[in-house]
Design a protein around this ligand. Structure first.
Ligand code: OGA
Ligand code: MN
Length: 294
């Protein structure tokens, strides 16, 4: 809240789609009052993705302090750093750079200009981040929109035959490839999904803050429903992914410079459109620490 607006309630404006709300009436640079902090966390629980516009000129320290309103921060694991996340040494360890910009022939951040497939951030680790917070510093004139899908809703609307088939299943979340399909350094390529490296998580998870159940799919490439015959695993995964990505669960965000978008990795997947690599896109990202999915 701005200093003079300490008593002004924040305004929560739902997107009108299956998830997401814009928060108005807050300057993310100032520490919110306890009531405003609580209102922000409540809005996050309810809407799963929060958008804050017009926050240009934010420093990394301010972005980190703002993220802390939603919980302690989580640094990116080494395999993310070597894949380009956070490889730019000028930022604090809590911040990862998402960008296609090159300086002296070297990418300053991760994900380039290509499409990033539907995924959940860092789902291949045992305790993936509860949330991710992406701050738009430079936005290309076209492309690079980010879509979010509501995984509570995906589960609630799943056909009962598929839901029954996976209700006790665990899935392996591939660590070998990034969301743009790039091979991570030092991780061998997967030739048999039964040997995919990465954490194994329940396909149906419970949100620790709300008790609501959600589908938890993480990433499609090299996924395997542990213990299932491969053909059956592929059939069920294809069914789950087609359903989860259905546009009835999705909200698409068109970025403006100064936008902050915070999403809940426990109940949301996201994807990003490609954009013209000759244009520039620069985002800084922080992560809220999460626990082991159950
Ligand atoms: C991410 C991500 C999407 C985007 O930072 O984890 O998927 O819009 N980014 O850059
Ligand atoms: Mn991501």
């Amino acid at each position: 809240m701005t200093a003079g607006a300490g008593t002004m309630p924040i305004e929560v404006v739902p997107t009108g789609f299956a998830l997401g709300a814009e928060i108005r009436g807050i300057d993310v640079r100032s520490e919110p009052s306890p009531e405003a902090g609580e209102a922000l966390r409540e809005a996050w629980k309810q809407h799963l993705v929060l958008l804050f516009r017009g926050q240009t000129g934010l420093s990394d320290e301010e972005l980190i302090a703002f993220t802390r309103v939603f919980g302690p921060l989580q640094e990116a694991p080494n395999s993310e750093v070597t894949a380009g996340f956070g490889s730019f040494s000028d930022v604090p360890p809590e911040v990862t750079i998402i960008s296609n910009i090159e300086v002296d022939g070297r990418q300053i951040g991760a994900l380039g200009a290509g499409e990033a497939d539907w995924h959940t951030d860092m789902s291949f680790i045992k305790e993936p981040p509860a949330g991710s917070c992406l701050y738009a510093i430079e936005i290309p004139p076209a492309g690079g929109n980010t879509c979010f899908t509501n995984m509570h809703r995906a589960l609630d609307t799943l056909d009962s035959e598929t839901a029954d088939a996976v209700k006790d299943a665990r899935c392996v979340h591939d660590e070998s490839l990034t969301s743009t399909g790039a091979q991570r350094q030092g991780v061998p390529a997967v030739t048999d999904v039964r040997e995919t490296p990465g954490a194994r998580h329940p396909v149906l998870r419970t949100h620790p803050d709300t008790g609501r159940k959600a589908l938890f799919l993480g990433r499609r490439r090299n996924a395997w429903l542990v213990g299932f015959e491969i053909g059956e695993s592929e059939r069920l995964l294809d069914r789950l992914w087609t359903h989860a990505a259905d546009e009835s669960h999705v909200w698409e965000h068109r970025w403006r410079e100064g936008d902050i978008v915070l999403w809940d990795n426990r109940a949301v997947m996201h994807r990003r459109d490609p954009f013209d690599p000759a244009t520039r896109r620069l985002m800084h990202r922080t992560q809220v620490k999460g626990g082991r999915p159950y």
